[in-house]
Ligand binder design. Structure first.
Ligand code: ZN
Length: 329
């Protein structure tokens, strides 16, 4: 079957999102999408560093609206993953990625070093903007960075969708227009200071994502490296010209930032109890009690058993909650 059309590439849209929209509009099964776009039925297409861009160019040919280099630069996370490497490494890694070589381990290391998101992230207000502009929400690239905790445009904490992007996932393409019932905040702002830190980390990541937009202004400098070494960084880890990096360094040296990221990328098992406890304590301060049925009814958390046991631990365990089941929350 010939390619009917390839959807328009919107600014900052993940290539994954474009592929998913293609499948949805054509009502195509995953195998058919892969065959039409990449010439082969079974592939593992990753949302961040897809290894099939060369195949896409071969299959779609002249219908491809952008060059391979533009797709890599503007619709994948390669510029983010190479931002702290030596100048010139980007070109080499881009070439290898387009050739289909697996560069994931080289660039991302293992999850033990730094946690990578398990789910695609989104901002509901950005979705509204995309609906107005394009008629449909799209997966935005800038929200998928491990450093992206908030939406810089709208100020809210990003939500984790139910679209699994872990290695063992089901390979179905899920457009951003899919219902996202299990959405959860990816971090919890327990203070204004935390919110500022989230903003700084997010801003820093965005500038890393833009590292290939102004290539000439982005090169490692020896004096900067000296500064980095004094701050305890390894040589070559950091580059000059990433906007915001200087102030970032002053306020949050990278080892601390990294620790903060690990802390914020908690599993639901630790995140949910912390968030629940905060909600219960806030309710206490207002002289209210959160009812279990209302809490479960709001569907804020995936793990209902965990919600139930945390509620019981807080209210029943502390002897506060004899009448709590019927009180407004
Ligand atoms: Zn937004």
């Amino acid at each position: 079957m010939p390619l009917a059309f390839l959807p328009q590439f919107h600014p900052d849209e993940l290539l994954y999102s474009i592929v998913a929209r293609y499948g949805r509009w054509g009502r195509l099964r995953t195998g058919r999408v892969n065959e039409n776009l990449f010439g082969t039925k079974s592939i593992k297409f990753s949302y961040d560093l897809p290894l099939q861009i060369g195949r896409l160019a071969d299959t779609v040919g002249a219908d491809l609206p952008l060059t391979v280099s533009e797709i890599v630069r503007d619709h994948t996370l390669l510029p983010f993953h190479t931002a702290l490497r030596e100048r010139g490494e980007y070109d080499e890694l881009a070439r290898r990625m387009v050739a289909g070589e697996n560069i994931q381990r080289t660039l991302k290391g293992t999850r033990a070093v730094l946690p990578w998101p398990d789910r695609l992230r989104y901002c509901p207000e950005c979705d509204d903007v995309s609906r107005r502009l394009y008629g449909t929400p799209i997966w935005l690239r800038r929200h998928q960075l491990v450093t992206s905790l908030i939406c810089l445009e709208h100020g809210g904490i990003l939500l984790a969708s139910d679209v699994d992007v872990t290695w063992g996932r089901d390979m179905t393409y899920r457009p951003a227009s899919d219902h996202r019932g299990d959405a959860q905040a990816i971090a919890f702002p327990f203070s204004g200071e935390a919110m500022m830190r989230y903003r700084d980390i997010t801003t820093y990541g965005h500038s890393m994502l833009g590292s290939q937009d102004h290539r000439d202004g982005w090169s490692p400098e020896t004096d900067f490296k000296a500064l980095a070494r004094r701050k305890g960084f390894t040589q070559g880890m950091l580059t000059r010209g990433v906007p915001g990096l200087q102030s970032m360094l002053k306020t949050y040296p990278l080892p601390r930032t990294r620790a903060a990221l690990i802390e914020e990328a908690e599993t639901h098992a630790t995140f949910t109890p912390r968030k629940l406890r905060w909600m219960f304590e806030e309710a206490d301060r207002r002289g209210e009690v959160i009812s279990l049925s209302k809490l479960l009814g709001r569907r804020l958390f995936i793990d209902r058993d965990l919600v139930r046991s945390e509620w019981k631990r807080y209210y029943e365990g502390s002897g506060r909650g004899e009448t709590s089941g019927s009180t407004a929350g």
